[in-house]
Design a protein around this ligand. Structure first.
Ligand code: UD1
Length: 418
């Protein structure tokens, strides 16, 4: 298990280019199971979750030819239509294979999921939605076994809450179901729009992407395509927050700032000095940063995936801040670790109270989940002295070679293999 050793308080400057979106690439890779044609995908990020997904797909018999950040994927000859505990426990997104496999083969078996240790994260909304399309499920020895007697059949499905994964799973199942499907109260995240656009490029008929009502007209087959995945808005948001914390001139490039409106709004309100361009944001030193009160929410609200990072920032601005986490229970595991670095954050159920004006000081800390890990990297980069972050495999799930990436800006981050 690697660890990172970070020497803090170094002046960072320059520009950083954002890699492809992990959360868009995962469902798009899975959607390739729907087709027996060659699909070319570009802007695939080199992160552990993607490599695990490629292993899962290869285990099913999918042929993948990789070339840097692109790959050609072909699911013509599938041999195994199940996903075992070993892979699903590492990555909850494995549950997304249910929709496409039920659609193409009428059968799928997956181990019940693991993933980030944030809350209980059930899959009831996925299963209820797929049942509405005609699938039947049994739980046996820790596996979910899904079956369809003939074809999936379109239906009206109203989600109890806008789950990202459930919207994607049902969308993938519905594109080749018989007739029309409506996903009501659907999630609106840009990654879902990207999945939908990829499916449309293969010939799927989908309307309403990005709204809370998605209409799908089933088609009989999907054709070959070449598709470029969007850049990672959460990685971009993380580095924008870092630039504000470091208070220097940094440009974050190669992503769509429209995907980060809620973050930009709150940072500007806090006093951050930035220019928002078409596909980049320039951050400049700010005079005085002040506190804020935010709530996480499904898109277009403030992303839960940036909650830990903005908490790092809130610890060093003037005044006291508050964050209410409404999407996941138990997503405050970074709090004790940030406190070890000198923050003063208190929790009351789903609200974090963050005392401002703190100065981070280097310490030994433990990474607990993906976004929690990176909030510690941000704090460590601003800290006096040396910080050791243990268990960084969580970080590698979503950030490609962060030490090299940030090294280009002047950060001193060393990876130690133990
Ligand atoms: C996706 C993202 C994750 C992000 C999250 C919310 C991927 C691979 N991951 O996760 O980074 O933090 O969206 O933006 O894209 N829930 C249920 N039953 C279900 C499904 C979900 O109760 O069947 C609950 C979850 O426990 C959670 C909430 O709904 O409290 C949101 O989960 P969901 O939107 O499904 O997140 P994921 O798709 O797992």
């Amino acid at each position: 298990m690697d660890r990172l050793i970070i020497s803090g308080n170094k002046k960072l400057k320059g520009s950083i280019s954002i890699h492809g979106s992990k959360n868009a690439a995962l469902p798009i890779l899975v959607a390739s199971l729907l087709s027996n044609q060659n699909l070319t995908l570009e802007n695939i990020p080199n992160v552990a979750d993607i490599n695990n997904m490629l292993k899962l797909l290869e285990g099913c018999g999918v042929k993948i030819i990789k070339n840097k950040n692109s790959l050609i994927i072909n699911s013509k000859n599938l041999k195994n239509i199940s996903a075992d505990y070993d892979i699903v426990r590492k990555m909850r997104a494995s549950v997304l294979i249910l929709g496409p496999l039920l659609s193409r083969f009428g059968y799928c078996k997956i181990s019940l999921p693991g993933g980030c240790a944030i809350g209980t994260r059930p899959i009831d909304i996925h299963l209820k939605g797929l049942k509405k399309l005609g699938a039947k499920f049994e739980i046996e020895n820790g596996f979910v076994i899904g079956q369809v007697s003939k074809n999936l059949i379109g239906n009206k499905i109203k989600l109890p809450s806008p789950s990202v994964g459930a919207t994607e799973n049902i969308l993938m199942a519905a594109v080749m179901a018989k007739g029309e499907t409506l996903i009501d109260h659907a999630a609106r995240e840009p990654e879902i729009v990207d999945l939908g656009n990829f499916l449309i490029s293969m010939g799927a008929k989908i309307e309403g992407l990005g709204s809370n009502k998605i209409y799908i007209q089933g088609v009989n087959n999907l054709k070959a395509t070449k598709y470029k995945i969007i850049s990672d808005r959460i990685v971009a948001g993380t580095f924008i927050i870092l630039a504000v914390m470091i208070n220097s001139k940094i440009q974050v490039k190669n992503f769509n700032p429209n995907h980060l409106k809620s973050l930009i709004k709150i940072l500007k309100k806090m006093g951050a000095n930035m220019d928002v361009l078409n596909s980049s944001i320039k951050i400049y030193p700010s005079k005085k940063l002040k506190s804020a009160k935010i709530e996480t929410a499904p898109y277009p609200g403030f992303p839960t995936d940036l909650q830990a990072q903005i908490m790092s920032l809130m610890s060093i601005v003037n005044g006291n801040s508050e964050i209410k986490e409404t999407v996941f229970e138990n997503r405050f595991m970074h709090v004790p670790e940030l406190n070890r670095l000198g923050a003063e954050i208190n929790l009351n159920k789903d609200i974090a109270f963050i005392k401002g004006n703190k100065k981070f000081k280097g310490a030994q800390v433990m990474a607990s989940d993906l976004r929690a890990s990176v909030s510690l990297v941000l704090a460590a980069l601003c800290a006096e002295g040396k910080t050791t972050i243990n268990r960084v495999y969580h970080l590698d799930r979503g950030y490609a070679e962060i030490e090299k990436y940030l090294g280009k800006l002047g950060a001193k981050i060393m990876r130690q293999k133990i």
